[in-house]
Design a protein around this ligand. Structure first.
Ligand SMILES: NC(=O)c1ccc[n+]([C@@H]2O[C@H](COP(=O)([O-])OP(=O)(O)OC[C@H]3O[C@@H](n4cnc5c(N)ncnc54)[C@H](OP(=O)(O)O)[C@@H]3O)[C@@H](O)[C@H]2O)c1
Length: 272
């Protein structure tokens, strides 16, 4: 199986108003590479002003340049917003800076996620706390910060990046599964709590993507052979294949969609 199976990208076409993000301001956490970068680029290509987050300023700057270039076709732009999502004070200060510069925040994508594969009773308590801080509490805090301007605007789109390891589980991965399951539950809870303010809250649950984090597994023929059997499409996802779901959930096309978890997994959850 070829993880990057051949595909063609059609020439740039005018963006349907249903999917246009012109005038929208977005923040994507963990956007300096992988799925976050793909989503940031797609939002910019559909006209949004996108603030990219990550911790390493140099990597982030390169990602901002790529995203700015992607935005040129659709009228979008890109800016860097470096901070550690687990640092609440830094996150609040960064959000305040974003609002000061852009005047609003329409779209928040909580994409940072750590993984710690270990049997549940071998994982040190402190490691579990740190993982939950990165995967769950940071998203909770950013939702709380973002909800303030979104409520005032009467419009908002929050997208939490969960995982297929939210609804299903495998041995030796309890901390990650717990965090993603809880993030899914938070998505529904906030959809209920914020819906009356014009804020839609949804989640994207990725399956197996050929990102840098998974490079070792992508190169392992046994893992790819297993994935071929285990999922309907039988291959790794390309990072850019997450982008359509993010644009959809951020756009007017999803105006009546909230509290939903959209699996982008090549049929992994549906297949058995
Ligand atoms: N890849 C998959 O197959 C897959 C499958 C299911 C779910 N997911 C989920 O999708 C999301 C993205 O996955 P990915 O594979 O694209 O991730 P990745 O390649 O590991 O990228 C992580 C990004 O997050 C940033 N980051 C990490 N910790 C951070 C922190 N504390 N504060 C701010 N930024 C931080 C990194 O930049 P710096 O290091 O510079 O901070 C980088 O930009 C995660 O939530 C993951 O759980 C991925």
């Amino acid at each position: 199986m070829n993880p990057a199976a051949a595909h063609t990208t059609p020439a740039a076409a005018p963006i349907s108003p249903l999917f246009s993000l012109q005038g929208r301001v977005a923040l994507v956490t963990g956007a300096s590479r992988g799925l976050g970068l793909s989503m940031a680029q797609a939002l910019a290509a559909h006209g949004a002003t996108v603030w990219l987050n990550g911790r390493d300023a140099d990597t982030l700057q390169a990602a901002v340049q790529q995203t700015g270039a992607a935005g040129q076709t659709g009228g979008g732009s890109a800016h860097a917003l470096p901070f550690d999502v687990a640092d609440e004070a830094a996150a609040s200060a960064a959000l305040a800076h974003l609002i000061g510069e852009s005047g609003r925040l329409d779209i928040l994508i909580n994409n940072v996620g750590q993984r710690r594969r270990q049997p549940f009773d071998a994982l040190p308590a402190q490691a579990l706390r740190e993982l939950l801080e990165h995967n769950l509490l940071s998203a909770w805090h950013l939702c709380r910060e973002a909800a303030r301007p979104m409520r005032a605007q009467g419009f908002g789109r929050i997208i939490n990046v969960t995982s297929i390891a939210g609804p299903i589980a495998r041995a030796g991965d309890a901390a990650y599964t717990t965090s993603k399951g809880a993030l899914e539950a938070l998505t529904r809870a906030l959809a209920a709590e914020l819906g009356g303010h014009g804020i839609n809250v949804n989640a994207i649950a990725p399956g197996y993507f050929a990102t840098d984090t998974n490079a070792g597994m992508v190169q392992d023929p046994a893992t790819s052979a297993w994935l071929q059997q285990r999922s309907s499409l039988g291959r790794w996802g390309r990072p850019e294949e997450i982008a359509g779901a993010a644009v959809f959930l951020a756009s007017d096309a999803a105006s009546y969609v909230t509290g939903h978890v959209l699996a982008v997994d090549g049929g992994y959850l549906a297949h058995f």
